[in-house]
Ligand binder design. Structure first.
Ligand SMILES: O=C(O)CCC(=O)C(=O)O
Length: 157
């Protein structure tokens, strides 16, 4: 198992660490402040919340979404919805800067026609964690998942 420092370098070096998994070192850093400020706007509209998993456990991570679809979980299962169950309104639009950066990151890894329609926002306060898992709720596995990480150094397994 590889252990990688997400913030090790800002030269956008690409590390391919499995058949279809790539790390772009420091890729988001130059635009981090802008993106975080847009995301603060998103969570004013669709607040962070702690979801309950189908098994009944409360997730420690605080979550919101933006884009055409948002990811949710409750006792009925994991799924994507076009409406925030708290506000009962559509999820806030995905900030253009974030969407463009995700498209550019995907293109750098060979996914030239990727255009994201959903963005899950996970906020980890001290003590929050996400267990090892594999996402399988998506309808098209030919599309990449682009993940940007901000904040304190972490060990990414
Ligand atoms: O927050 C992360 O970077 C991991 C997200 C994740 O695996 C998930 O939400 O399914």
């Amino acid at each position: 198992m590889a252990s990688l420092d997400l913030f090790a370098s800002e030269n956008h070096e690409v590390t391919q660490f499995s058949e279809q998994a790539y790390l772009l070192h420091g890729y988001v850093a130059p635009q981090a402040d802008t993106i975080l400020s847009h995301l603060r706007g998103v969570i004013k509209q669709s607040p962070l919340r702690q979801f309950v998993t189908p098994g009944g456990g409360k997730m420690s991570v605080r979550t919101s979404s933006c884009g055409y679809f948002g990811w949710i979980t409750d006792k009925k299962g994991y799924r994507y919805t076009d409406t925030d169950p708290i506000t009962e309104k559509p999820w806030p639009p995905m900030p253009e800067t974030l969407k463009t950066l995700a498209e550019q990151a995907a293109a750098k890894c060979g996914f030239e026609s990727f255009s994201p329609n959903a963005c899950l926002i996970n906020v980890y306060h001290p003590g929050a964690a996400m267990g090892l898992h594999q996402d399988k709720d998506e309808s098209d596995f030919s599309q990449p998942i682009v993940s940007f990480s901000f904040g304190l150094p972490v060990t990414f397994l």
